[in-house]
Every structure is written in C-alpha cells, then in structure tokens.
Design a protein around this ligand. Structure first.
Ligand code: PTJ
Length: 256
C-alpha cells in the first residue's frame, strides 16, 4: 500500500505498516499489535511528543546507565521492530551495556529473529537467545534470562515490559528503568525510573544523552529521581492535551 506523506496521520501509518511486516516475518506476535494500539492511544493523549517531564526522566536514565556497573537493555519483538537502530545507538554510546533478547511469547525462532534484527543494525553481541538462568518466582517465559546479562544486571532498561517482571527484578534488588506510554500501567508504577514516552523517541534521547555525557559518572552514585512526580506530570500532560483537543474547532479536530 502507498502511504501519502500528506495524510495527517502519516507517521502512525508508517509505523503500523512496519509492524504489519514484522508480524508477517514473525518478529512480533499478534499481541504486539494490540500492545501498539494501546501505546498509540496513550501517545495521542500525550500529544505525540516527548513531554518536558519525560525528557528529564530520559536524562536521568542516561546518567544512571552511565553510573551502573552492569547495565542491560532488554529487547522484545516490538522493541526490535520499532527501535532497533536506537538500541544500537545506545549500545555504541555505552559499550558496557549488554543487549539481551527477552520475550513474553518466546520461541527459539523469534529469539533468533530479534537477535538478527539487532545484529543487522550493528549490535555486536546479543544475549538471551539461549537463556542460561531463570529469575525465580516468575511464571512467564520472561523469567528466562542470560546469567551474564539481566540475571546479574544492577540497572535494567526495560521498554514495553510487564508489571510482573518489573516487580520481580526490583525484588531482587535490581534497579528498573521502564519505557511505557501508559503512566497507569503496573510497569510504570513499579519502576524506579518510569519514562512515559514512545520507545523510539525515548531510546533516541537516551542515546543522545549518553553520547553527550561521554564518560562514566561515579559508579554506584545516582541522582535521585521522583517517580511519583514524573507519573503525575504525565497525567497532567494528558489532562491538558484533552482540554486542548476539546477546545479545538470541530474542523481541526477531524484532521487528527
Ligand atoms: O515480543 P514479546 O513476545 O515479548 O511481546 C511483546 C509485547 C509488547 C506483546 C508484550 O510485552 C506485551 O503483551 O506487552 P503489554 O503487557 O501489552 O504491555 C505493553 C505496554 O507498552 C503497554 O502499557 C503499552 O501502553 C506500552 N506501549 C505499547 N507500544 C508502545 C508502548 N510504550 C512505548 N512505546 C510504544 N511504541
């Protein structure tokens, strides 16, 4: 299908087309389309741009990753389909970070497809294709991890995560940075540092910050982050955007 750049929702249509191709190739699962639909709805309510509060959270996330001893970024099918290049930029800017496949709907073929997608954009080593450890107490396949990666990470960057694993990682004393457009999700509420932003934008900004900051900070020392304030700021943004949308003249409203 040809997509016209003049369509008011051109960018969203491009992303949908990419995800539809990723479904055909087996990189994502049908549930991934549903997850994207929920994400799109929240992005719409957030004005489809990074809020100042999310941008601040992304800056702190970059600092925490730089200060971490064993940082890891966890990649599922949707993240590989939407933001593989941004994951590669993060990995280039912070060579110490381990990149690990972690799937809710795990099959060996999908794990390989995620790893292949990441390799194609320049990620040198991808962990998690053959899991070597299990996070105790987690009923889903998300428990299957690599003992050199998520299993021993001190800081885990987990885009599009589920609440159970976020809680399980935190229960093990691991620090969780989430990326999730839904400020009400269990993941956002359980993470140490919830970033309420679209995954490609968020990881792109974190890569910008890592590139700019360059050198590792003092290991183990972290700037405090007020997650309750960040989540309330996201809800305030939604409230303001809704009021703005409701105040727009009818003809302008129809264009979105
Ligand atoms: O590849 P797999 O097998 O690991 O499966 C991946 C999905 C995403 C299907 C799986 O993790 C899942 O079911 O996720 P959930 O529980 O639906 O949660 C996804 C969360 O991510 C929701 O809170 C969405 O609002 C949010 N989300 C969806 N798309 C985006 C997003 N957040 C940021 N950027 C997005 N593009």
């Amino acid at each position: 299908m040809r997509l016209s750049r003049r369509h008011p929702r051109y960018r969203s249509l491009v992303v949908r087309a990419r995800l539809a191709r990723s479904l055909e190739s087996g990189l994502i699962v049908p549930e991934g389309l549903i997850a994207q639909g929920r994400g799109e709805a929240f992005d719409y309510l957030l004005g489809e741009r990074t809020s100042p509060s999310a941008r601040r959270a992304e800056r702190v996330a970059a600092e925490w990753l730089l200060a971490a001893r064993r940082p890891v970024v966890s990649v599922n099918g949707n993240v590989a389909a939407l933001a593989a290049k941004e994951v590669a930029r993060v990995a280039r800017a912070l060579p110490r970070i381990r990149v690990e496949v972690n799937l809710f709907h795990r099959t060996p073929a999908r794990a390989r497809a995620v790893a292949r997608t990441l390799s194609r954009v320049g990620v040198r080593e991808v962990l998690g294709v053959r899991p070597t450890a299990t996070i105790p107490g987690l009923p889903s396949d998300r428990a299957l991890v690599d003992r050199r990666g998520i299993f021993v990470a001190d800081v885990c960057l987990v885009p599009l995560e589920d609440g159970d694993r976020t809680e399980a990682l935190r229960a093990r004393g691991q620090t969780v940075i989430s990326v999730d457009l839904n400020p009400l999700s269990r993941t956002s509420r359980a993470a140490d540092l919830p970033i309420v932003d679209e995954v490609a934008r968020a990881l792109g900004h974190i890569a910008d910050d890592l590139e700019r900051l360059g050198q590792p900070g003092e290991r183990g020392r972290r700037r405090p982050f007020d997650r309750e304030a960040a989540l309330s700021a996201a809800l305030d943004t939604i409230y303001r955007e809704l009021k703005r949308a409701a105040a727009r003249p009818r003809s302008a409203r129809r264009r979105r």
